[in-house]
Ligand binder design. Structure first.
Ligand code: 2BA
Length: 108
């Protein structure tokens, strides 16, 4: 068994959850925050059999889009100790996935 940890953008979550549950996958949704942008995103935990991993990756690919986000995260220093926000273009991926071996799966 594998645990897929999928970090996705909030906008893609409703369609992705519908698609996963229609295919009878079990999923847990966690609210998360990206360390770089410090903006909300969603982390999904999906426990699957080994042979289902590729199917789940395909469903994530179908539902998650890469987006360009402009942020004023960076500041440049100006004369006189002033700081000015500096726009930064960041490509936020469709999804970041980790696939982990599950040692034991217990349901009580
Ligand atoms: P954030 O950390 O908020 O990152 C958002 C986007 O900012 C990233 O998109 C990437 O394009 C850019 N970025 C991140 N760190 C950067 C840095 N040190 N310098 C320049 N640009 C940087 P993605 O790579 O698609 O990541 C989207 C979200 O997925 C991340 O949000 C984070 O929550 C998660 N993530 C990505 N890679 C991860 C990893 N190796 N471990 C844990 N979480 C990860």
């Amino acid at each position: 068994m594998k645990l897929i940890i999928a970090i996705v953008q909030d906008q893609d979550v409703p369609g992705l959850l519908d698609d996963l549950t229609e295919h009878e996958y079990r999923v847990t949704k966690l609210a998360s925050t990206g360390g770089f942008l410090k903006a909300g995103n969603t982390t999904l935990l999906i426990g699957v059999e080994d042979e289902e991993v590729e199917d789940v990756i395909g469903i994530v690919e179908d539902n998650c889009k890469t987006r360009e986000i402009t942020t004023s995260l960076l500041t440049v220093s100006m004369p006189g100790d002033a700081y000015m926000p500096y726009p930064l273009e960041v490509k936020v991926g469709g999804a970041t996935l980790f696939v982990i071996d599950v040692e034991k799966h217990i349901k009580i």
